[in-house]
Design a protein around this ligand. Structure first.
Ligand code: NDP
Length: 310
């Protein structure tokens, strides 16, 4: 009889944060404090929540942080000036531009304006290129969510080398970089997206299935090889009671939470598929918990790399 393992993202994030806190102590003993600058444009509520928890986590780990909150009417030119000033400041090791930006702002130009050494989100083309080139881990600032997924696999002793991995989603933030990381870790990788034909059959070949789609419960039990590892990146909100009942039948805790808040969070994988898996990341409490921990880790890494001239 097969046992399913729940991969506890919160616990793994806790381990990583503890390691980062120790590195911050070592940095301070060496005479510097790693520092993160966060740029939050306008007042998108979700972005405000994310940024607040990033700044809070910096505080907990001893990382210096500062917030820049220009009004939504700010121009690309003004933002470029802000980035240039952060690029030039020695006490700033990481620069994070919270996305999405207002439509009139040239997001690509801004992301490229961050010096690659301070690009703790790993979105600069130089870092994306280094990742694709398979540069050693210590020399790349990789995007936080996929980097977190690799930590989950590594720290849970899930073998990757030689395994079949299928990634559903091809975004620059998740799908493409996790595919590159899995290739670098010697998996055999297939990437699916909205134009893929025969997606269910392809998914069913996966030893490791990564779902980064943005559709509630997209991955059904028929798409899963029994015993596979399921990595659920999706964060979706259910607001319809019938949907909650469909995905979480007879689940009292979910029903209560839904009644209290008017919504409940679900990933891109139907919970019924989790039951077939060998191991899976839950939503919430899986991959999502890792993203901020990896941002902290990247900030300390950026500080070390810049100071060692790498
Ligand atoms: P995007 O919307 O940028 O990309 C979604 C991808 O899914 C696209 O490549 C799209 O294909 C593909 N897709 C959409 N519909 C289908 C379909 N019916 N069949 C097959 N493929 C499909 O999303 P992100 O990558 O940014 O995020 C994905 C999910 O992960 C979201 O729920 C997001 O909230 C969550 N997320 C969570 C994070 C965290 O845990 N911290 C961080 C980032 C994201 P195509 O390219 O053809 O359009």
């Amino acid at each position: 009889d097969m046992k399913t393992r729940v991969l506890d993202g919160v616990a793994i994030a806790g381990e990583i944060k503890a390691e980062v806190a120790r590195e911050v102590v070592a940095a301070r003993e060496a005479g510097y404090t790693p520092g993160l600058a966060v740029v939050l444009v306008g007042d998108v509520p979700a972005s405000q929540i994310y940024v607040r928890s990033k700044v809070k986590t910096c505080g907990e780990l001893g990382i210096y942080s500062e917030m820049h909150t220009p009004d939504a009417s700010v121009t690309t030119e003004e933002l470029l000036e802000l980035i240039a000033s952060l690029n030039a400041r020695d006490e700033i090791d990481g620069i994070l531009i919270q996305l999405p930006l207002p439509k009139h702002v040239d997001t690509e130009r801004l992301l490229e304006a961050v010096v690659p050494e301070k690009d703790v989100d790993g979105f600069h083309p130089i870092n994306a290129g280094r990742l694709l080139s398979g540069a050693p881990d210590a020399q790349v600032l990789a995007p936080c969510t996929p980097a977190g997924i690799m930590e989950v696999l590594r720290r849970s002793d899930i073998p990757v080398s030689g395994k079949r991995a299928v990634v559903i989603g091809r975004s620059n933030i998740v799908g493409k970089p996790i595919a590159a990381m899995l290739i670098n870790a010697s998996a055999t990788v297939t990437v699916c997206h909205s134009r893929t034909q025969g997606l269910a059959e392809i998914a069913r070949e996966a030893d490791i299935l990564v779902a980064a789609i943005g559709r509630a419960g997209f991955v059904t039990p028929e798409m899963v090889k029994p015993g596979a590892t399921l990595i659920d990146v999706g964060i979706n909100r259910l607001t319809d009671a019938a949907e909650v009942e469909k995905f979480f039948p007879n689940n009292e805790a979910r029903r209560e939470g839904f009644l209290k808040r008017g919504s409940t969070v679900i990933g891109d994988i139907d919970p019924a598929a989790f039951a077939l898996s060998g191991a899976y990341t839950p939503v919430p409490g899986g991959v999502g918990a890792l993203t901020i921990a990896m941002l902290m880790s990247n900030t300390v890494k950026a500080a070390k790399m810049r100071r060692s001239g790498k």
